[in-house]
Write a protein that binds this ligand. Structure first.
Ligand SMILES: [Ca+2]
Ligand SMILES: [Ca+2]
Ligand SMILES: [Ca+2]
Ligand SMILES: [Ca+2]
Length: 287
């Protein structure tokens, strides 16, 4: 009997020694104080990814909701009113925080949602609904914010040219074609190979941008009429003719190193460069 007890003791000791991790030392828990003030800070709620902690604080006399990064940085006050806002609860990434508030005299439930890039879409929706970057307000670099694409224009915030007509969504909105209709004037020519957006851009320039001060719309109309000829050439399939007309047109907007060239029709350099860039987009589309 004693032998068996001894064997058991040896066996347990061996198991214990084998299970004891090599080099393990006792590590005390790390406790970091995140707030230091003379008000009551209460009811912390940490996001499950560990990044954010929401809590309530009476630092301004009544309970308000705050959020702070778990490393103690980024303290932000989310509510500012004279009612009590209490008991926050965070979403997994800390970008949504639900809480109760007595702002209308009764306890009601509110939801705060972060929009880190201030583009009109919440971080949560960008990540979970639209697949856009919550830290990049224009995820497809088309000149329209993610929020405007979703909420105003109905365009795809992840596709710079939603209707695949050769003009990006931002250019279409800026120059008056429909970013959701590849042939806005129904003439059989896709917007990106058509002239209306470029004519609209010329029409929108101030008189002072033109060399003749836009007397009788002389040079402005001359450029618009050349584009009408370009459209006729494109419609008839004569791309060589269209390119020649465009190349000649471009010669009137190719100065402005230090000043416009003598033969330039647009003499305001910012306007000239903008129109030149549009002509270059058009030439590329036709090429
Ligand atoms: Ca956003
Ligand atoms: Ca965009
Ligand atoms: Ca387009
Ligand atoms: Ca068209």
């Amino acid at each position: 009997m004693q032998k068996n007890v001894l064997r058991l003791a040896i066996l347990l000791t061996t198991v214990f020694i084998v299970l004891l991790p090599v080099g393990s030392v006792y590590a005390p828990p790390v406790i970091t104080q995140l707030t230091t003030n003379t008000a009551d800070d209460q009811y912390p709620s940490i996001s499950s990814d560990g990044s954010k902690i929401a809590f309530q604080s009476e630092v301004d006399g009544d309970a308000e909701i705050f959020v702070i990064n778990s490393d103690g940085t980024g303290l932000t006050q989310l509510t500012t009113n004279t009612a009590d806002d209490m008991a926050p609860s965070t979403s997994s990434d800390g970008s949504r925080i639900a809480f109760q508030s007595e702002v209308d005299g009764y306890w009601e439930i509110f939801l705060w949602e972060a929009d880190s890039d201030n583009d009109g879409l919440t971080d949560w929706d960008e990540v979970n609904v639209y697949g856009t970057d919550p830290l990049d307000p224009d995820s497809d670099d088309d000149g329209l914010t993610n929020g405007d694409e979703v909420n105003i224009y109905g365009t795809d915030p992840l596709d710079p040219d939603t209707d695949d007509d050769g003009l990006n969504d931002g250019l279409e909105v800026e120059h008056g074609t429909d970013p959701l209709d590849p042939d806005a004037d129904d003439d059989g020519i896709p917007d990106g190979e058509d002239v209306e957006w470029l004519q609209n851009a010329l029409d929108a320039l101030p008189n002072s941008a033109f060399k003749d001060g836009d007397r009788d719309r002389g040079l402005r109309n001359a450029m618009i009429n050349i584009l009408n000829d370009v459209e006729l050439a494109v419609a008839s399939g004569d791309i060589d003719e269209a390119m020649e007309l465009l190349t000649n047109l471009r010669r009137h907007v190719d100065g402005c190193g230090l000043a416009p060239d003598p033969n330039d029709w647009i003499v305001d350099c910012a306007a000239q460069i903008a129109i030149r860039e549009l002509i270059d987009i058009y030439i590329a589309n036709l090429s």
